[in-house]
Design a protein around this ligand. Structure first.
Ligand code: PLP
Length: 674
């Protein structure tokens, strides 16, 4: 079984087959406008009323109003607008209102953004105040107690989307009551639907937004509950649909689909019970702990939805874990907003005051109540496969030592590169320019591969790298390592690493094949060419920058023209046309080891992780016209590989747009090429 395992249900879910059928039926037969008075319209109206009745009964809305809308972001706007309009009216009428708009520090961004927007637009100018959460992610009730007397509107959530932490709404309601607070209270119930029992009319909650796509309905359909007596101002005015609460012809396809989901919730058979979900949750936790020793869960397991896990693994960034899980076809998300270059720490985890490394390397794994035991079993197997892939690539401690690898390895962090030169036969290596953040990884790698470190050298001597060198020595349990002196040499198996000084910095030259140039510009090392120490094709490995590697010939030549991009749909024809083309997988070794799916089955392929690209460029440049097609998970790394080769003068270095994600969708076409 190598199908996709979707564990990102807090972002969105697939659509329940019964909901697809209901939507199709609504489009094909029940296409009437519920405002029309003829039979077709009346049928649509009957559907609309039926779904609302069912939703009202499931959510216990009592005398309250329940309207359909486009989703929770709209529901949040409507709730905030309604409360703030009422506050303005009260203030204009000379009545006292609180001065604070209080929202939980871990709310979805839609909440503070809506508060700030409508507060500004309505000229209310109240103060937005973030309500802190404790280390478990629950609202700080003591602070709330202090603020509540002056709170005009309070916004909290039923369960958090990143961590699954369940709020203590009962305690918040008690606090409101104790203080006789007249604040309007909105509770974002998006992540609670189908997972927590709700009986809204029995609570003090004024507004509760919901979103269909978090529970197997399509995107673009949601609901908003408004307590009987709570103020209301429509966000949309027009034809007076939804009893005037929300104008615009109703999204009947979405409503029909949502109706099917609610019917499934009602029948009690389609979705797994809380107890069953808790068992699945435990099984996933156990597998994660087996796969990633040292894993830390960023949420209290007992106080969270059984469908959500949020964790960090020491030494592994969320990008690396995402790439790894994606290779195993397990779809998870980073708990943080992640850009290709740098992961931003999660504000939710920061609010919980988890250490910075955890806030910026978190992974969220979430599933919906439709999941079955077989999927969980397969998910557990793949999680453990991911752990094994990391072990076999020395990214996690391993009992069995993998065979040492010969060559040049580039490890990068935040635009800085550390280079490792290793010689398998003698099991010796040299580290060049260690970066502090990479020390634990370097130490683990060297220990796991069984390398003996001959030297740890610096091209320049900024203070922090000296400290990183010291930290690496310490992590390796070494007291002292002799440096390579000026114009000195060090034998590394059959090869010689020589130090040459240039403009006050050291350059390390390995044979004539590689030169480790630190931060020196090519102009500064040109004299080494004249001295015969380098050739125009020596691969230059720098300590800084986006460019993976370079050569003097490339630096002095014309810049490469536009990138060569290949769409997955054209790959088959391309390979037919260029029989000598080489497909190059630039994903890292652990991703390749975790792979459960061979998208390019039958096609000849080379595996050259981006971290080992420099090692390979010399060979590729021998045949600068032979087509190379680089691919990776999503297209970013392959774009870098292709740009590097192009800048080095390779005229046929292509990149596969969209990476494996797009190629997988074109699988059938690719089979023809094979
Ligand atoms: N609130 C929470 C807790 C959410 O998880 C989301 C969705 O990410 C939203 C609000 C926004 O929902 P929608 O996508 O329906 O606008």
């Amino acid at each position: 079984m190598n199908t996709e395992i979707y564990l990102d249900s807090n972002a969105t879910t697939s659509v329940l087959p019964a909901a697809v059928a209901a939507a199709k039926q609504a489009m094909e037969q029940g296409y009437g406008n519920p405002s029309s008075t003829h039979a077709t319209g009346l049928q649509a109206k009957a559907l609309l009323d039926g779904v609302r009745r069912r939703a009202s009964s499931l959510l216990g809305t009592g005398e309250g109003r329940l309207m359909f809308n486009s989703g929770a972001t709209e529901g949040i706007q409507t709730a905030v607008l309604s409360a703030l309009c009422a506050l303005r009216e009260r203030r204009d009428a000379g009545k006292h209102i609180g001065s604070l708009l209080v929202y939980g520090a871990t709310e979805h961004k839609a909440v503070p953004e809506a508060l700030a927007h409508w507060n500004r637009l309505l000229g209310l100018n109240l103060e937005l105040r973030k309500l802190p959460v404790d280390a478990q992610g629950r609202h700080d009730l003591q602070v709330l107690g202090e603020l509540i007397g002056d709170t005009a509107m309070l916004c909290t959530m039923a369960a958090n989307n990143e961590t699954g932490v369940i709020s203590d709404l009962t305690a918040i309601a008690q606090l409101l009551q104790q203080h006789g607070a007249d604040a309007y209270w909105m509770v974002d119930c998006v992540q609670a639907l189908g997972k927590l029992k709700l009986n809204l009319a029995a609570t003090r909650i004024d507004y509760a937004p919901f979103s269909g796509h978090k529970l197997y309905a399509p995107k673009g359909i949601g609901m908003l509950y408004v307590r009987n007596g709570a103020p209301f101002t429509p966000l949309l005015m027009g034809g007076g649909q939804e009893a005037g609460l929300r104008s615009g012809t109703e999204n009947m396809t979405g409503i029909a689909a949502l109706g099917a989901v609610l019917a499934a919730l009602d029948d009690g058979k389609t979705f797994r019970s809380h107890a069953e979900l808790a068992v699945f949750h435990e099984r996933l936790v156990a597998s994660l702990e087996r796969a990633f020793p040292g894993i830390v869960f960023n949420m209290p397991l007992a106080l969270s939805l059984p469908t959500t896990l949020n964790f960090s693994v020491p030494g592994l960034s969320s990008k690396e874990l995402l790439d790894l899980f994606d290779a195993a076809r397990v779809r998870v998300s980073s708990g943080s907003a992640c850009s290709a270059a740098k992961a931003l720490p999660s504000y939710v985890l920061e609010a919980m005051q988890v250490p910075q490394w955890r806030a910026s390397s978190a992974i969220r794994m979430s599933f919906g109540p439709l999941i079955d035991a077989q999927t969980i079993t397969e998910a557990c197997a793949r999680i453990e496969r991911c752990g094994e892939a990391l072990r076999s690539n020395c990214l996690l401690p391993s009992a069995s030592s993998p065979t040492p690898h010969d060559g040049v390895l580039q490890l990068t962090f935040d635009g800085f590169s550390t280079w490792l030169i290793s010689d398998a036969a003698s099991a010796t290596c040299v580290v060049i320019d260690p970066v502090a953040a990479l020390v634990p990884r370097l130490a683990a790698l060297l220990r796991c591969q069984g390398y003996s470190v001959r030297a740890i050298v610096l091209t320049a001597a900024p203070a922090d790298q000296g400290a990183a060198r010291q930290a690496l020595l310490q992590a390796l349990g070494l007291e002292y390592l002799a440096d390579i002196g000026t114009e000195g040499e060090l034998a590394l198996g059959q090869q010689t690493l020589r130090r040459v000084d240039c403009e006050g910095q050291a350059v390390y030259v390995l044979g004539q094949a590689f030169a480790f140039t630190g931060t020196l510009a090519s102009r500064a090392i040109a004299p080494l060419l004249e001295a015969g120490l380098l050739t125009p094709d020596t691969v230059l490995c720098s300590a800084r920058g986006e460019q993976l590697c370079s050569t003097l010939r490339a630096e002095q030549g014309q810049p490469a023209s536009a990138p060569l991009q290949l769409d997955a749909k054209d790959l088959s024809a391309f390979l037919q046309q260029h029989r000598d083309a080489i497909l190059v997988d630039v994903r890292e070794g652990h991703e390749q080891a975790a792979c459960v799916d061979d998208v390019f089955e039958g096609l000849a392929m080379h595996s050259v992780p981006l971290s080992r690209l420099a090692e390979q460029v010399g060979a590729w440049l021998q045949q600068p016209q032979r087509p190379l097609v680089f691919f990776c998970r999503s297209g970013n790394r392959s774009a870098r590989a292709s740009a590097c080769l192009r800048s080095l003068g390779h005229s046929a270095a292509w990149q596969l747009n969209g990476g494996l994600a797009m190629a997988a969708a074109m699988r059938e076409t690719l089979a023809i090429a094979a």
